[in-house]
Design a protein around this ligand. Structure first.
Ligand SMILES: Nc1ncnc2c1ncn2[C@@H]1O[C@H](COP(=O)(O)OP(=O)(O)OP(=O)(O)O)[C@@H](O)[C@H]1O
Ligand SMILES: [Mg+2]
Length: 480
């Protein structure tokens, strides 16, 4: 952001003349205004990098003009010229957001120094903007949130809406649905980008340690406390604190967290000094917090304090449309990471992935793809490469749909042979039987219109055995 266009406003012609000459000589483009009103018009119509304004002008004074510039939310840098070196004027100018001030009469050296300072500041501001953009780009390139289902689009909208504010966010969703990813996206799309993003997993840290991790501790605060330690709240100052698995936070710590949120101050354990902290809180949990509130395991007041903007991440099985996009995203990432030639998924592989129920959600999908990339040498990944997954639909509906039993056995068999589930070969008989018996019995019962005598006959088993199996395998009987 080079310094280029400068506006000079002064009712004294000699000042305008001197400044204009000096600045133009340095190669700047200079506009002149003889009073505040004219200066305001010029500022509105042009894009200046710097304005040098006299404090005392007829009509609108330099200070009023400064207020107007700030109201316009313009990041124009303003230098105020004051006639007398009165402390009061200088302080007032700086308070209202002037970049600097100079007192008249001035040497041209002073102007040179100011110009140099402004140029340097603009340079740094430019670098910060570039760095922030780079950070954002890198973040987006590495950690994309993938998925265009309407559920995910709602999530994107919310992330966009909360980006500019500091509201507290509560992300809820099953394990592996992308809660941490969304928490980071909130931070990296907010004004706090470039400031710390600090995460703490409340479930992973023992109770006693959790407190000092969060709030910090003074030297010797408790047995085992060594040097003075900064807490996560302090570390996250001006940035975002991600309280992961907040549902596991012990009740007494919940009270302390609430106090920090209300007072925006923390006290280290064993200390008596309060530090004010400015942190944006994003919390996440895979537990039903409302239920925990009802059971008095989670403080209701903290729940409401956190749940200002809720983000619900739907389980993957409820947004199956995202599966193909996620699968090819993870596939290309895995291939790059493992330096193997790019691979593709066949249609039947995609169909299989779409049909599976993904109890471990996106994380499970990511791992399934990685595993397939490691195990297969072929550039095409077929359904066989995902043999470990039995489509949930098939399991639930086999017998009512036209899924062939043979396919099911085949699928299971392949997964066992590939060693995907870590099975010993000797387990296959029991394993496959277990997987096949239920759909087999269900199918035969259905074909026999739920007549158990007939079904037992077709199956070639004793009627009592059939009855036992029906109850063991939890098969729901229907009327024929
Ligand atoms: N929509 C998505 N697009 C791309 N990657 C995703 C998406 N959702 C999740 N992931 C990836 O899946 C993995 C799990 O996500 P994440 O850790 O955010 O889940 P989580 O909800 O925090 O899980 P847990 O409750 O187990 O902590 C990560 O590697 C993440 O990058
Ligand atoms: Mg997580």
């Amino acid at each position: 952001m080079p310094l280029n266009r400068i506006l000079v406003a002064d009712d004294e012609e000699s000042i305008r003349w001197v400044l204009s000459k000096a600045l133009k000589q340095k190669g700047f483009s200079v506009d002149l205004a003889h009073d505040g009103r004219q200066a305001l018009e010029l500022i509105k119509d042009n894009c200046y990098d710097l304005a040098i304004l006299d404090i005392k002008m007829p009509g609108i004074t330099g200070l009023d003009l400064l207020d107007k510039v700030r109201e316009m939310n313009n990041d124009l840098l303003v230098v105020i010229m004051t006639a007398e070196a009165s402390m009061k004027n200088a302080v007032e100018a700086m308070k209202r957001g002037a970049y600097d001030y100079i007192t008249k009469p001035f040497d041209l050296d002073v102007i040179d120094a100011i110009i140099e300072k402004v140029a340097r500041a603009r340079d740094i501001a430019g670098q910060v903007t570039t760095l922030k953009q780079e950070l954002k780009d890198r973040y987006q390139a590495e950690k994309n949130i993938v998925g265009n289902s309407s559920a995910m689009q709602d999530v994107y909208k919310t992330i966009g809406k909360v980006a500019v504010s500091d509201v507290t966010i509560l992300i809820q969703g099953e394990s592996g649905t992308g809660k941490e990813l969304v928490a980071r996206a909130v931070h990296f799309n907010s004004e706090r980008l470039g400031k710390p993003f600090v995460a703490i997993n409340c479930a992973a840290i023992p109770r006693d340690l959790l407190e000092s991790e969060l709030f910090g501790s003074e030297k010797g605060a408790f047995t085992g406390a060594g040097e003075r330690k900064q807490g996560k709240f302090e570390q996250a100052n001006h940035g975002t604190l991600f309280l992961d698995e907040i549902g596991d936070m012990p009740l007494d710590l919940q009270a302390k967290i609430l106090r920090v949120l209300q007072e925006q101050e923390v006290t280290r354990i064993g200390g008596n000094q309060n530090f004010s902290v400015d942190v944006r809180i994003v919390a996440a949990t895979n537990q039903a917090l409302v239920e925990k509130v009802r059971q008095k395991e989670f403080r209701e007041d903290l729940y409401y304090r956190l749940n200002v903007v809720p983000i619900m991440l739907a389980p993957l099985r409820e947004r199956r449309d995202d599966i193909p996009d996620l699968a090819s995203y993870f596939l290309s990432r895995s291939c790059t990471e493992m330096s193997v030639v790019p691979k593709r998924l066949t249609d039947d592989a995609v169909a299989l992935l779409k049909a599976y129920s993904w109890p471990g959600n996106v994380r499970e999908l990511e791992n399934a793809i990685k595993r397939a990339v490691i195990l297969s040498n072929d550039p095409l990944l077929t359904a066989q490469d995902f043999g470990g997954l039995i489509p949930a639909k098939e399991l639930q509906q086999s017998g009512t749909q036209d899924t062939s039993l043979e396919d099911l056995v085949d699928l299971k068999l392949r997964s066992c042979m590939n060693g995907i589930e870590g099975l010993d070969k000797g387990d296959i008989h029991a394993m496959v039987l277990e997987q096949v018996e239920r759909p087999l019995i269900r199918l035969v019962l259905e074909k026999c219109r739920w007549n158990q005598v007939k079904a037992a006959d077709v199956l070639g088993i004793n009627r009592n055995t059939l009855r036992k199996k029906i109850s063991e395998l939890n098969i729901e009987m229907k009327r024929g």
